[in-house]
Design a protein around this ligand. Structure first.
Ligand SMILES: [Zn+2]
Ligand SMILES: [Zn+2]
Length: 119
């Protein structure tokens, strides 16, 4: 009985986490390493460091607006060309799922605050 309760609590925690990350988890950003290798990472890793599996260089997963981004990959596997996103399309052409593009301004605002606090 006790085990069952803790499993339910665990499930509840997973559901809360899934709801919080839902929109970001559905989409991935596709970009190119300087070596030419295409890398696909979930939105939640944007701004974080990783490495290229081909050349082992360190890479930072770019913002959606970044020039190195080639496209956005939907959870259904469809690659949405970045040109279409830049022209305002914010949904998967294949399955219609909406894109929740992570807000760059928020990071910019945080960086500005950090810069100000260093003065
Ligand atoms: Zn590489
Ligand atoms: Zn889709």
């Amino acid at each position: 009985m006790k085990d069952q309760l803790s499993k339910e609590e665990e499930l509840a925690a997973v559901l809360v986490a899934a709801a919080a990350f839902k929109t970001e988890d559905m989409w991935m950003v596709k970009f190119r390493c300087v070596c030419g290798k295409r890398i696909v990472e979930p939105f939640r890793y944007i701004g974080q460091k990783g490495y290229c599996r081909k050349c082992r260089r360190g890479v930072v997963v770019p913002e959606v607006e970044d020039e190195s981004v080639l496209g956005l990959r939907c959870e259904c596997g469809y690659d949405l060309p970045i040109e279409l996103v830049r022209h305002g399309l914010e949904a998967c052409v294949k399955c219609g799922r909406g894109v929740a593009i992570p807000k760059k301004k928020r990071h910019g605002f945080l960086n500005r605050l950090l810069a100000l606090s260093k003065r």
